[in-house]
Design a protein around this ligand. Structure first.
Ligand code: 0X9
Ligand code: ZN
Length: 429
C-alpha cells in the first residue's frame, strides 16, 4: 500500500513538473564579455542579469532575448551547456534538495526557536502573508525587545529574488550571531542595547519554494499575471521612480524584471513599506547575489545622489572589513553607474523617501570557481563570516549618527532657548 502511494506521488510529480516548467520555456544561460561597448548596449535591454564574474556578464536569456542580442550584434556564449548549475551536483548533501539552505518551513522553525531561546532580546513577527499564504517573517533584536525605544533601527533584508538562496542565510545568520553573543560579547551587547535591529531573511517565500522544487533559476514572486505568465520582480515594485523608464524595469508581465501593475502592487513590498513607515530606520542592507559587490543609490540614473560621499565612504569601509576576513574583495560603487539601471528597487526607495544609507550587497559567486553557478552549502559559513563585520559596522554607524544628530538638535534647542530668554530679558519680542 505504502509503495503504491509512493509511486502515485512520484507519478504526480512527473505529471506536474512539465506543466510548471512551461513558465521558463527555452530559457538558457549565456555570457557576454564585459567590454564598455557591450555594457552600453546591455544597459538598455531590461535583461535578467544573473551575475557578473571575472570580466563576463551572465544572463538568463529567453529566445527573444537571444534574437535582440543578435540584432544588436552582441556576441554571446551558451554557458549552461559548459557549466551545469551546482544544484543537482552538491545540494543534496545535508538535508533534501535544498541542502543546508533553508526552506520556508525550516526557516520558520529556526526563527521561532531563536525567539524561544532568547526571549529577552528576540521577537518574531509575521509582517503579513504572501499570495500562497506563507508568513513573511521578521525578527526584531534589541534590549527591551517588546518596546519601541528612542534608538535607531537598522533593517536587513534577504531574498527579494527567489533563486538567491544565500541571501536568506546571511541575514538569518547575522540575527543568530547577535542573539547568541549578546551575553558574552560586550561589543555585541552595546550594539543591541543601543539599536533596534530588524531582519526579514525571506521576503519572497513563494518564489523560494518554487525555486527549490520546480525551477532553480526562478527570480520573481509567484503572482499570476494571466496568460500563463507569472511573477513580479519585487526589486522593481517599490515606490520611488517606479517605472521611470522601461530599461530599469519592464511593463511586460512575462519579463524577469516586470515591475507590477502599480507601485507597491505586491504584498511582499507592501509589508516593507508599512514596516518602514512605523519604525525608525536609519540604515538598511538588502542582500542579493551573485556579483560580490556593494552598491548604493541611485540605481535609476547615473547622476550622483546628494549623500554620495557619505554612502561611498561607508561602502569603502564595509568592503575593507569584508576583505580582512577571507581575502575576498567586494567592489563598491553607485548602482546606476554599474552594469545596468534599476528603477523601483528597495535601496532607491529607502534613500529617496527616508534619506538613509541603503545598500544592496550582492554576495559572491564562490561556487563559480568550482564549476557551478550557485554557492555550494560549504560556502554559507565563509560568506556569512565575511559579511558579519560589515553589518556590525553599519549598525555602529547608525548609532553614532543618531546620537550625534540628537546631540546637535539638543544643542540647537538649547541655543534657541538661550536666545529666547535673552530677548525676553531685553524686553524684545
Ligand atoms: O537587479 C537587481 O534587482 C539586483 N541584482 S540581482 O542580480 N540580484 O538581481 C540589484 C541591482 C542593483 N542595481 C543596479 N545595478 N542598478
Ligand atoms: Zn537579486
Amino acid at each position: 500500500m505504502r509503495k503504491k502511494l509512493f509511486s502515485l506521488c512520484l507519478l504526480l510529480i512527473f505529471l506536474l513538473f512539465p506543466l510548471q516548467s512551461q513558465d521558463y520555456g527555452n530559457t538558457c544561460i549565456i555570457s557576454v564579455e564585459k567590454t564598455s561597448e557591450n555594457v552600453k548596449s546591455l544597459k538598455y535591454m531590461g535583461l535578467d542579469f544573473l551575475m557578473e564574474w571575472e570580466g563576463k556578464i551572465y544572463i538568463v536569456a529567453t529566445p527573444e532575448d537571444l534574437q535582440r542580442l543578435q540584432e544588436k550584434n552582441l556576441f554571446y556564449t551558451f554557458e549552461e551547456l559548459a557549466l551545469p548549475p551546482a544544484a543537482q551536483k552538491e545540494l543534496s548533501l545535508q538535508a533534501g534538495v535544498n541542502g543546508a539552505y533553508h526552506t520556508y518551513s525550516e526557516l520558520e522553525t529556526d526563527l521561532l526557536s531563536l525567539e524561544e531561546k532568547y526571549p529577552q532580546i528576540v521577537k518574531v513577527f509575521s509582517l503579513g502573508k504572501s499570495l500562497e499564504q506563507r508568513n513573511i517573517y521578521a525578527i526584531k533584536i534589541s534590549d527591551n525587545v517588546n518596546a519601541e525605544e528612542d534608538e535607531p533601527g537598522v533593517l536587513f533584508l534577504g531574498c527579494h529574488h527567489a533563486r538567491e538562496w544565500i541571501s536568506v542565510e546571511v541575514p538569518y545568520l547575522i540575527g543568530k550571531y547577535l542573539a547568541e553573543n549578546y551575553s558574552s560579547n560586550a561589543e555585541i551587547k552595546n550594539l543591541i542595547d543601543n539599536s533596534q535591529i530588524w531582519i526579514v531573511p525571506l521576503l519572497n517565500p513563494d518564489g523560494l519554494e518554487y525555486s527549490i522544487h520546480f525551477y532553480r533559476y526562478w527570480r520573481k514572486n509567484r503572482r499570476d499575471n494571466g496568460r500563463n505568465e507569472f511573477g513580479v520582480d519585487l526589486n522593481r515594485n517599490y515606490g520611488y521612480k517606479w517605472g521611470h523608464d522601461n530599461y530599469g524595469s519592464s511593463p511586460d508581465p512575462s519579463s524577469q524584471v516586470y515591475r507590477g501593475t502599480e507601485v507597491f502592487s505586491e504584498l511582499e513590498t507592501q509589508v516593507i513599506r508599512d514596516l518602514c513607515s512605523t519604525r525608525n530606520f536609519h540604515a538598511l542592507i538588502s542582500y542579493h547575489s551573485y556579483s560580490q559587490i556593494i552598491i548604493y543609490p541611485w540605481g535609476y540614473t547615473e547622476e550622483k545622489c546628494d549623500k554620495y560621499d557619505q554612502l561611498d565612504k561607508i561602502a569603502a569601509k564595509m568592503s575593507e572589513l569584508m576583505q580582512e576576513v577571507n581575502g575576498r574583495t567586494y567592489t563598491y560603487g553607485q548602482a546606476g553607474a554599474e552594469m545596468y539601471y534599476t528603477n523601483g528597487d528597495t535601496t532607491d526607495w529607502a534613500f529617496g523617501v527616508y534619506g538613509i544609507p541603503a545598500y544592496t550587497i550582492e554576495l559572491p559567486p564562490v561556487d563559480q570557481l568550482r564549476g557551478g553557478f550557485f554557492n555550494s552549502e560549504e560556502d554559507i559559513q565563509s560568506i556569512f563570516s565575511e559579511n558579519l563585520p560589515a553589518a556590525l559596522y553599519l549598525i555602529e554607524c547608525a548609532i553614532q549618527n543618531y546620537e550625534s544628530k540628537k546631540e546637535n538638535s539638543e544643542k540647537l534647542y538649547e541655543l534657541k532657548e538661550e536666545r529666547r530668554k535673552n530677548l525676553y530679558i531685553k524686553g524684545e519680542k
